[in-house]
Write a protein that binds this ligand. Structure first.
Ligand code: FCB
Length: 472
């Protein structure tokens, strides 16, 4: 489970987690600048896709520009106490007005792929109905700019920013939201579909369920596990309907979901911990992978739902066939493993970062990728997010070490036959990190929020070399 902002995990071993009350890190994986990282001598397969990720609300700003309507995150971030520093996405990295500069930075890095998301309420200000042509034009210009620089767009349709008007009509807890999402997907996929070949439906539905609807730390700030699971089902239904809507446009290309997954390990050798780990795996992974790739919910996950859980009636006949509509690719996002105790609790066993929920365990990425192949076959995979926040302004050697170690794990998985096509670092730019506001910097490019000046960090220089030699 991803728990952000509040730390509810017990910690184990020598690792202390997270931030002090003022947001300063206590102990981190390796926060001090270290010696420059030497090449490991590992070459990736020819054509490996090196990319970077962002999402609309986190970088764009231009919150009311050119007719954009509000999303749940506009409303939520403006409520007192919702973000650590009171930050909002009103301006963020002002990517909406600086996309050409950012495109040039991407070209200099040598990026092959840029994963970004579309702000639903920029295109459809109230979530449905009339298209805001100026909003859609922004994405046309962005895509044209990418293509002109030889960078392939990888477009996420939903990265958590549900239009506020739809939230008022019930949002994801309301079944119709899946249909509204598919209609929006159809509009965007048709309009951009002559230029964009790769699409992602949802970003991390698990985080929406866990953090947005259960912990209430993210928009829409609901704290109700029962409602959360209903929303989770409707998100999956929205994914399936969007896949079908994309096919119906007749546009060529590939579509799939972007899931945050965590390999799950028993925290000790006990039989009870092993049993709990299997259950946790259902919640962390199979509950998302099985419907999308196998058209079913895991039996143990269903059995764990109380008899009167509203999700039981939310799942209607035929839904799983829709959700399991053939995906062409799977986006994998990896930040942490999960260690489960005999009582079903969680402990951390590896170093954390400024993001206290993160646990640095590169081997987990190898375990995850090989497990997907074993249990779900050879669907093309791309890593759509991986990275860490660093407190180093630009000499972020800690990030370089983390990226290198995860790429080493990915390389190992590829050499054992995993069909991993690409890797997208989170993130291209420092940005609005949701409930953490601007207190965590995840970018390989530094953003001075006072001037909006961009500066490459050491990790950007390192990544440029990685891309140039197609290896680490
Ligand atoms: C992921 C989100 C992304 C960013 C990173 C740090 O869960 O998809 O937007 O917040 O975490």
């Amino acid at each position: 489970m991803r728990r952000r902002h509040v730390l509810t995990l017990a910690t184990a071993g020598a690792v202390t987690a997270g931030c002090g009350p003022d947001g300063t890190p206590r102990q981190q994986a390796s926060s001090a600048p270290a010696a420059p990282v030497a090449p490991a001598g590992l070459t990736f397969p020819k054509g490996f896709v090196w990319g970077a990720s962002t999402s609309a609300y986190q970088v764009e700003g231009g919150a009311t520009a050119d007719g954009r309507g509000p999303s749940v995150w506009d409303v939520f971030s403006h409520e007192p106490g919702r973000t650590r520093d009171g930050g909002t996405g009103d301006v963020a990295a002002d990517h909406y007005h600086r996309s050409y500069e950012d495109l040039d930075l991407m070209r200099e890095l040598g990026l092959k792929s840029y994963r970004f998301s579309i702000s639903w309420s920029r295109v459809l200000p109230t979530g449905r109905g009339t298209v805001n042509a100026k909003g859609l034009d922004f994405y046309h210009r962005l895509v044209d700019g990418l293509l002109a620089r030889g960078i392939t767009p990888l477009v996420t349709l939903f990265h958590w920013d549900t239009p506020q008007a739809l939230q008022q009509a019930g949002g994801w807890q309301q079944r119709d939201c899946a249909k509204w999402f598919a209609d929006y997907a159809s509009t965007v996929c048709y309009s951009l579909g002559d230029k964009v070949q790769s699409w992602l439906t949802l970003n991390e539905p698990k985080t929406v369920v866990e953090v947005g609807y259960t912990a209430g730390i993210h928009a829409p700030g609901v704290r109700d596990r029962r409602i959360a699971n209903v929303a989770g089902h409707h998100l999956l239904l929205g994914h399936g309907l969007a896949v079908q809507a994309f096919r119906a446009t007749g546009r060529k290309g590939r579509i799939g979901a972007a899931l945050n997954l965590s390999p799950v390990y028993p925290a000790d050798d006990s039989e009870a911990a092993r049993r709990q780990a299997v259950l946790a795996d259902a919640e962390e992974n199979r509950r998302w992978l099985d419907p999308v790739l196998l058209s079913r919910y895991p039996d143990d996950w269903l059995a764990a739902q109380p008899a009167d859980a509203p999700v039981r009636t939310a799942i209607r006949e035929g839904d799983l066939a829709v959700i399991g509509s053939k995906s062409d690719l799977l986006g994998v996002q990896y930040y942490n493993p999960a260690h489960v105790t005999a009582k079903g609790g969680r402990v951390q066993k590896h170093p954390t970062t400024q993001a206290s929920w993160q646990e640095v365990y590169p081997q987990g990425l190898y375990d995850l990728l090989t497990r997907i192949k074993r249990d779900y076959g050879d669907i093309p995979l791309t890593i759509t997010e991986n990275g860490m926040p660093s407190v180093q302004e630009t000499d972020d050697q800690d990030r370089i070490v983390l990226l290198r170690d995860h790429l080493t794990a990915a390389h190992q998985a590829i050499s054992e036959g995993v069909r991993l096509e690409g890797y997208h670092v989170w993130s291209l730019l420092d940005n609005f990190e949701w409930a953490e506001g601007y207190t965590q910097r995840w970018g390989i490019i530094h953003v001075d929020y006072a001037t909006q000046q961009r500066r490459r960090k050491a990790s950007a220089d390192w990544y440029q070399q990685v891309i140039a030699r197609n290896g680490i």
